[in-house]
Design a protein around this ligand. Structure first.
Ligand code: NDP
Length: 258
């Protein structure tokens, strides 16, 4: 099936690693033009050059920097933006007693600015597109909180709620807004945690133990390309009647009905 993404332009935040990088690659494979950002220039450089790819250093928490990045992206890639993937970020592994007021403020700022800054910057372009789509990369934590990730769980729930409001408010402008809610996806976040866990287990054994501990029905962590498939599907003009909802990409984690 032709997803109808060729020659359209998409902005993916946090595309130098993991889910963002897999999404950038999937969009390029579909013939789309792609802009992405991250805070580290060297990691962006390692994506490699592509004639339909624009990269720039930008922290999504900085509204002015995001506006400059989005403007430069449109200028470099055909003067249009058809879709936005709000992916940049990371989680904060802390329980209540370990969490400072600064942790709460920083986490809420990252999660909300990570959606609102790119959206405000790209809104005019999205309104002009005939198939505008926003995908917020979220987590099943939004619906199934974990005490060991207390700030991230609460912030994720807020972002899921915000996504629904945005879908309603932006529908008259023809802008669809959806979420992908991730379980455990094998990216830099988990390789970093394995390195600091000092468990004595190989990465494969550590992952298997983690999947069992968290109740992942499929018994393994997901791959970034498995998430990218869901993101690209929601970006596609073929998904024209899907808004205000989300897809769980989580290998059947947990025992409840998500
Ligand atoms: P990675 O750490 O592999 O990649 C994160 C990307 O975001 C990098 O490109 C990073 O680049 C960029 N980034 C982080 N902070 C900022 C910032 N403030 N401004 C701009 N770019 C930033 O993570 P994942 O691919 O695993 O995660 C992608 C998203 O999915 C995140 O929002 C994460 O919280 C969410 N998620 C992931 C899960 C998982 O199991 N992997 C589970 C649930 C949700 P740089 O560091 O150079 O800025």
């Amino acid at each position: 099936m032709d997803l109808g993404l060729a020659d359209r332009t998409y902005v993916v935040t946090g595309g130098s690693s993991g889910v963002g990088l897999a999404t950038v690659r999937a969009l390029l494979d579909e013939g789309a033009r792609v802009a992405t950002c991250g805070r580290d220039a060297e990691r962006l450089r390692r994506i490699g050059a592509h004639e339909r790819l624009f990269t720039d250093v930008c922290d999504v928490r900085d509204a002015d920097a995001v506006r400059d990045f989005v403007t430069a992206s449109a200028d470099a890639l055909g003067g249009r933006i058809d879709g936005l993937v709000n992916n940049a970020g990371q989680s904060r592994m802390k329980r209540l007693d370990e969490t400072t007021p600064d942790d709460w403020r920083d986490e809420l700022e990252l999660k909300f600015a990570g959606v609102l800054n790119p959206l405000q910057a790209a809104r005019g372009h999205l309104r002009a597109s005939d198939a505008a789509s926003v995908v917020n990369v979220n987590a099943v934590l939004a619906k199934q909180p974990e005490p060991r990730l207390i700030t991230t769980s609460a912030a994720r729930a807020g972002i899921l709620n915000l996504s629904k409001s945005l879908a309603t408010e932006l529908a008259p402008d023809g802008i669809r807004v959806n979420s992908v809610c991730l379980g455990l996806i094998d990216t830099g976040q988990w390789t970093r945690r394995h390195a600091t866990a000092d468990s004595g287990l190989s990465y494969a054994d550590w992952q298997a133990e983690l999947a069992a501990d968290r109740g992942v029905a499929l018994g393994r962590l997901g791959r970034a390309d498995e998430v990218a498939y869901a993101v690209v599907s929601l970006l596609s003009p073929r998904a024209s009647y899907i808004t205000g909802t989300g897809i769980d990409v989580c290998g059947g984690i947990g025992r409840g009905i998500l």
